[in-house]
Design a protein around this ligand. Structure first.
Ligand code: MG
Length: 363
């Protein structure tokens, strides 16, 4: 199954409502979609979002990395020779993890189609049904409470609340949401690097003392501040999760060895694709550290791939934050993983199961 061509296109999907975190505000998905074509006519799909604030990658950098550095390494290679081609992608250039992830996902899609089975089954089996939380953007308190109640009405039982602005306001936001939601939903907080270590300990303890149960607090401090992350982890009872501090297998191993976090958030766009995401899950599993499977603002092409990884490593990946498709105004993908609010159903079709992607625009 020789790879004969690699195409890139732009996929634009408006969001239902603007997505706001401590780092950025976005109102639509505008991602790079990669199509790898095999000599038997099969197509493998992948996707990468420009998340400059987190991975440093833009639409321009992703397309240039793929067309000038990564595609020339994989064209002419046999997709059935998976580990070899993954190695060629990973060594094509330094960094550019999302660009690598897009091609790695398309490669895995082709590889699984070649073997005639759903990707998650070939990666280790697992459950074909997942349940995701929903992100509540950081806003005025009343808006966040309304959004949380709306999420409950839509069937979500876990909320990921974006905070990380002013700690007093953040504590008030979470207390108000807890008062409105009660025990009807699990609360996960994501500060997106917005606090110092001492601010984080103070804010989390105030919430603990107020009796607000928190499933976890994600990335309270700057990505590079592993000492600060470890300080928070040791000084609060609530589990702390590393996101921006934990990109690939090496960074994750460092976080775990230093005891800097209790949980790891795996994202294909940080890891550089499926192969490295699996490696992260296996490293974490070896150390008894649970993981969440997360995503950036992505459509159901690359989030489908993340769902396959979560299903294949469900013993370690105990939490799922794959709400990208739920935040989109419509699903541009025919076939593939079915996203229905909190419910994610993996198909029985080979590979990712994607038949077509509507609305692809040439660059
Ligand atoms: Mg995060």
């Amino acid at each position: 199954m020789k790879i004969v061509a690699c195409h890139v296109a732009l996929l634009r999907v408006p969001l239902r409502t603007p997505f706001r975190t401590a780092l950025r505000e976005v109102d639509s998905v505008a991602d790079v979609v990669v199509t790898l074509q095999a000599d038997d006519g099969r197509l493998g799909y992948g996707e990468a979002p420009p998340t400059a604030a987190i991975t440093g990658e833009t639409l321009g950098s992703i397309t240039a990395a793929i067309t000038q550095h990564i595609a020339p390494r994989v064209i002419g290679e046999d997709a059935a020779d998976l580990n070899r081609v993954v190695g060629l992608i990973q060594t094509s250039m330094v960094g550019n993890h999302s660009a690598k992830a897009a091609v790695d996902i398309a490669l895995h899609d082709l590889w699984a189609q070649h073997h005639g089975a759903p990707l998650y089954r070939l990666l280790g089996g697992g459950c074909a049904q997942l349940t995701t939380n929903l992100t509540i953007s950081v806003n005025a308190i009343d808006t966040m409470v309304d959004d949380a109640l709306d999420a409950l009405a839509r069937g979500y039982t876990a909320l990921k609340i974006k905070i990380g602005k002013d700690t007093d306001d953040d504590v008030a936001r979470v207390r108000a949401i807890h008062a409105a939601v009660g025990d009807r939903a699990v609360l996960r907080l994501d500060a997106n690097q917005g606090w110092t270590a001492k601010q984080a300990v103070r804010a989390i303890r105030r919430l603990e003392d107020a009796g607000v149960p928190m499933d976890l607090v994600e990335q309270p401090v700057k990505a590079s501040d592993l000492d600060g992350l470890g300080y928070v982890t040791r000084h609060v009872a609530t589990p702390i999760m590393a996101d921006e501090s934990a990109f690939g297998p090496h960074e994750v191993l460092d976080v775990i060895r230093r005891g800097a976090a209790d949980i790891i958030n795996i994202k294909l766009m940080k890891a550089g694709g499926i192969a490295h995401a699996l490696r992260i899950a296996d490293i974490a599993g070896m150390h008894g550290v649970p993981c969440m499977m997360g995503c950036m603002l992505e459509s159901s092409v690359s989030v489908a791939a993340a769902a396959h990884v979560a299903a294949a490593r469900s013993q370690v990946i105990t939490r799922v934050d794959l709400d990208g498709p739920s935040l989109c105004a419509f699903d541009p993908v025919d076939g593939g993983v079915h996203f229905d609010e909190s419910r994610i159903a993996l198909p029985d079709t080979p590979g990712l199961g994607i038949r077509a992607i509507r609305g692809l625009e040439p660059f």
